[in-house]
Design a protein around this ligand. Structure first.
Ligand code: SF4
Ligand code: MG
Length: 335
């Protein structure tokens, strides 16, 4: 079966006074129905720009190109603006990190939910209202009908995030893109929201792209993982391969920096990755991680950086699997 979303060779370029910024550099990934793909990386790696480009939400001056961009068998590259905006928000929906900035403080919850439905469906106000109540119940909100007249500021962060999910579901999308959907929430509510997303995904047979910097979230929810660094996917694979056999030095370093529930032994010392993600202007060559990588060598500065594949994983690095796994086990011993 062909994937629900199939992306190949996606670039985002933004003309600035200093030059042409090239923050997304030829990435490819796909997601199927019922599947969760997590795109993970530090801030500034291009994760959010990737999702915004898929949703058509980047500023006008951003230039987006791709060699393939297919959604449910339709070539998005061949659609005009109207057809694209009809698809987005209807068959593809997005959940943002901070519900307070995406919910309008001046309108009631009911009004905001109903408007989305009325914009995309030929429906009456009372049908839209019925749909809103149905979805508020679906995302676990009790006394749903009485919530409709409430305003965003009257609700807790967890409730607002559930409402954002209900909003994304109003038109019955096939794909949801969630950008750091639980970052602003405390750990218990975060766990509830992730479980809710996972359950809804199965029940409604949707695909989910979840963007996060949090490896704990990835371990909980992902089927497959794409690790992004400086605008490229540097490693991708099943969640098990990525956590058990990370081959890219960046992913190996990320895993040494954070405790992963159920994976990191208690009392283990944690590292950090010195340095910062570089700003990428057009014409950047070689591996962008080389100013932070313990194994950088001369060939890392030239293109193309080789891409290896094994057990469904791919990684972009001069190191073979054996070389990279030897390095990582040494690093673990000296930690
Ligand atoms: Fe490190 Fe070189 Fe691999 Fe980049 S290509 S991750 S610099 S070893
Ligand atoms: Mg972001």
């Amino acid at each position: 079966m062909s994937p629900l979303l199939d992306v190949e060779g996606l670039h985002v370029r933004i003309p600035l006074e200093q030059g042409m910024l090239h923050p997304v550099r030829g990435i490819g990934f796909n997601v199927s129905r019922g599947e969760t793909l997590c795109i993970v990386g530090e801030s500034g790696c291009g994760k959010s720009l990737t999702s915004l480009s898929l949703m058509g939400l980047l500023p006008r001056r951003a230039r987006i190109t791709a060699t393939r961009l297919r959604f449910a068998g339709t070539d998005l590259l061949g659609l005009n603006e109207d057809a694209l905006s009809e698809l987005r928000g209807n068959r593809m929906a997005m959940i943002f990190q901070e519900p307070m900035t995406s919910l309008n403080p001046a309108y009631s919850i009911g009004n905001q939910l109903e408007e989305i439905y009325l914009r995309h469906r030929k429906a009456s106000r009372s049908e839209a209202r019925e749909r809103a109540i149905f979805l508020l119940e679906k995302v676990g909100i009790t006394a749903a009908a009485s919530r409709l007249s409430q305003y965003p500021h009257q609700l807790s962060g967890g409730l607002r995030q559930r409402i954002m999910i209900a909003m994304a579901l109003m038109c019955g999308p096939e794909l949801i893109i969630a950008d750091e959907p639980t970052t602003a929430l405390d750990v218990t509510v975060q766990a509830q929201i992730l479980r809710l997303l996972k359950d809804l995904l199965r029940e409604l047979d949707m695909g989910l792209i979840l963007i996060t910097h949090d490896l704990g979230v990835v371990a909980r929810i992902a089927d497959r993982v794409a690790v992004m660094y400086a605008g490229q996917i540097v490693e991708s694979g099943s969640v098990i391969e990525i956590f058990e056999r990370p081959r890219h030095p960046y992913m190996q370093a990320l895993l040494r920096c954070v405790p992963i529930p159920g994976r990191t032994p208690p009392g283990a010392s944690l590292g950090s990755i010195p340095g910062m993600v570089p700003a990428l202007y057009e014409g950047t060559k070689g591996c962008a991680f080389r100013n932070r990588c313990d194994y950088a060598a001369e060939p890392c500065a030239s293109d193309p950086v080789p891409v290896h594949a094994n057990r469904g994983s791919t990684w972009r690095c001069i190191l073979s699997e054996d070389e990279s796994l030897i390095h990582t086990s040494k690093a673990a011993r000296s930690a």
